[in-house]
Design a protein around this ligand. Sequence first.
Ligand code: UD1
Length: 429
Amino acid sequence: MDRIKITGGERLNGSIAISGAKNAALPLMIASLLSDETLTLRNVPRLADVAMLTRILGNHGVDMSVDGKRAGANGDDGDTLHLTARTIVDTTAPYDLVSRMRASFWVLGPLLARCRETKVSLPGGCAIGTRPVDLHLMGFEKLGANIQLEDGYVLASAPDGLTGAHIVFPKVSVGATHNVMMAATLAKGETILENAAREPEVADVAACLVKMGADIEGIGTSTLRIRGVERLHGACHKVLPDRIETGTYAMAVAMTGGEVELVGARADLLDSLFPIMAQAGVEMTATNQGIKVARNGARLQPVTTETEPYPGFPTDLQAQLMALMTMADGDSEITETIFENRFMHVQELARLGADVTLDGDRATVHGVDSLKGAQVMATDLRASVSLVIAGLVAEGDTIINRVYHLDRGFERIEKKLGACGARIERLTG
Ligand code: UD1
């Protein structure tokens, strides 16, 4: 199994090209199931999760071809994927595939809408909290589906097709919004989704569905009005830049000091991060090309924040912010309101010398003067990258085990950081 070795102490300088957003690319790929024509997606990041979803979609009969181009030395336009679900050959998504990646559960909506029946394993993915799917199932039932749970599978059917409905989500769920929104595009009549997730990735998927012929109003708001259509057609769509990758590299630069331009990043997707970084003493400026991040000299200052659905501070940046605050001049408070049990990085950060106290969903990070390299273990996707951030300033060598978590969500991280001066390498095998 691959490991990452980091020798801390180098400042980051230069530029990093931001990839397409994983959390948009996955549902966009799944949206190809809704049409028998070709969906072309540009700027798809090269990630293990994308490769895994390719296998899952292939199992349903989606034909796929890839072309990619490398743009410049440090740039990368990602891949262009052409996905064609001319015929759905299998409506079952089996346990051994779905259990590896939670987002693959989102094939349920499109398969149910198009084939009127499907059998999808209950999901796996990152081990953060219990992560139920009750909101998804509630949505499908409201659309008239018959839902049964059997041997770890969801059996969903709607022999006469789905019918539009008024659905109020009791809690904001990105996945349930994607899943039910995709299904509703092919339902009879109008569906209203209230308290829908407003994450930019949801809006990106909705925009792509509209290009495919869907009728969706309220994109980017918490109320989506979807008028079902008979069929969707092919389209071409460019995946939006990854705001989580952007925020992650911003924090890496904040941690080491230096100046890096995050090329292709969109400042408007990270409104919640700018004030926190300013409070911490980090300069973030929107540029023509993306975002410039700089910290020179002064010690990091502590911050207080809590994770919230978009446009609040994202849970997917919580571990990275915590890593950053381990080196702040004072105590920071970070409250996790989205997922229970999303503090698994705390004990690994402690191995590097971080001082964090946990009290339920609140972490108090007592800043220390220095961290020291050690062997640590990646426990989930975002937790593992927080260890990279800490490793960049830890004295000596940090070895991160179980790097496959990182590969699920970060494209060529060692190359992107290495090109800016980090001493980071992948130890294979
Ligand atoms: C997506 C993102 C993930 C991010 C999360 C929150 C992708 C591929 N993943 O995950 O990176 O951390 O949004 O921004 O886009 N919940 C229920 N019942 C449900 C569904 C969810 O109670 O049926 C709860 C979850 O346990 C959690 C909260 O709702 O506490 C938010 O989860 P959700 O937004 O659904 O996360 P995902 O879509 O799985």
